[in-house]
Unconditional design. Structure first.
Length: 294
C-alpha cells in the first residue's frame, strides 16, 4: 500500500474574488493545503470566509510571508499586475515557486494544456488572463490545423458582477497580455484581444468568441483539432465547452467557447474565475506531485 504524500503548503496573496475562489479549490485538493491567506482589506469577505474555515489569515499581504517564510512552499499571487511587480522579486528571494494570476507578464506564460512541463522548470509561472486561458488553446488548435492562419481576434464577455477591483484596474494589462500570449504561444502573426464587462441581469455566463482569418479553411480538420483540445481542457476545467462552431464564412472562421463555473465562491455564471483558478490549481498540484517523487 502506497504511503500518502505530504501536502504542499501554499499561501494565497489577494483576498478578492479570484483569491477566495482559489482558496476554496485549494481546500479540497488532495495534495495542497493553505498555510496563509493574506491581503490588505480588513473588510474582505474572503478574509471572513477563510477565518470561518480555520485558515490562517493576515492583513499584511506579502509582508506576512517575509516574516514567516515557513508558512508556504508555493505562493499564488491573486492581486494585480502592478502589485505582482513588487511581490515577484520578494518571492523569488524567498525561494517560493510562484503562480501569478495577474496579467503582469513577469513569469513564464503558462497555459497548462499547452506547456505545463516547460513551465514547471521556472520559479514564476504567469497564467496570463482568464480570457487567455479560455481562448489560447483553441487558437493553438486552429493553428495546428491551419498554420497559415493570418490573424486572430478574440472577444471575452463576462458578467460585470464577477469582475472585482483587481480585474477592473487591470483592463489595459488584460488586453495587452492576452494579445502577447496569443502571439507567443500559438505562432499566429497578428492578434487582437477585447474584453466586455456585461452588466446584464441575470448575469451572463462567460463567453469567448474567436475569429480567425484563414484563406482556405479546412473545416473538417479544424473541427477535429478544436474538439480534441476542448476535451483536454475539460479534464481540469469541467465547465468548459465549445458552444458554436467552428463555422466558416468566406475566410473568417468563428468559434465560441463558454465556461460555466463550479460555483465555489461566486455563482456558476462566474466561469472567468474557474478558468484561471482551475488552471492555477492544476499547475500547483502537478508541482506538488513531482516534488513528492524527488
Amino acid at each position: 500500500m502506497s504511503k500518502p504524500m505530504n501536502k504542499v503548503k501554499v499561501a494565497i496573496i489577494g483576498t478578492g474574488n479570484i483569491g477566495t475562489d482559489l482558496l476554496l479549490k485549494v481546500q479540497r485538493s488532495p495534495v495542497l493545503s493553505c498555510g496563509l491567506f493574506a491581503g490588505r482589506n480588513p473588510d474582505s469577505e474572503g478574509i471572513k470566509l477563510a477565518r470561518s474555515l480555520g485558515v490562517r489569515t493576515s492583513l499584511d499581504s506579502i509582508d506576512a510571508i517575509q516574516r514567516d517564510p515557513g508558512c508556504c512552499e508555493l505562493a499564488f499571487d491573486a492581486t494585480s499586475a502592478k502589485v505582482h511587480l513588487h511581490n515577484a522579486p520578494i518571492l523569488k528571494k524567498l525561494g517560493k515557486f510562484t503562480i501569478d494570476l495577474t496579467p503582469s507578464q513577469v513569469g513564464k506564460m503558462c497555459v497548462p494544456v499547452l506547456n505545463l512541463d516547460e513551465c514547471l522548470k521556472y520559479d514564476n509561472v504567469n497564467l496570463i488572463t482568464c480570457g487567455g486561458q479560455a481562448v489560447i488553446p483553441i487558437i493553438a488548435a486552429i493553428l495546428a490545423a491551419q498554420p497559415e492562419t493570418e490573424y486572430v481576434e478574440v472577444v471575452a464577455s463576462i458578467a460585470s458582477r464577477s469582475a472585482g477591483p483587481g480585474t477592473r484596474c487591470n483592463i489595459d494589462e488584460y488586453t495587452q497580455t492576452t494579445k502577447d500570449a496569443i502571439l507567443a504561444l500559438t505562432g499566429v502573426p497578428r492578434a487582437k484581444a477585447i474584453i466586455n464587462l456585461n452588466p446584464a441581469e441575470p448575469p451572463i455566463l462567460m463567453h469567448n468568441t474567436i475569429y480567425a482569418k484563414i484563406a482556405e479553411p479546412d473545416m473538417a480538420r479544424i473541427s477535429r483539432e478544436v474538439a480534441a483540445m476542448a476535451l483536454r481542457i475539460q479534464k481540469y476545467v469541467p465547465g468548459y465547452k465549445v458552444v458554436l462552431g467552428p463555422v466558416a464564412e468566406s475566410d473568417r472562421v468563428t468559434t465560441m467557447v463558454e465556461v460555466v463555473g463550479l460555483g465555489d465562491y461566486l455563482p456558476r455564471y462566474s466561469g472567468n474565475l474557474d478558468i484561471i483558478t482551475c488552471a492555477a490549481v492544476n499547475v500547483a498540484e502537478e508541482y506538488a506531485r513531482r516534488k513528492s517523487h524527488e
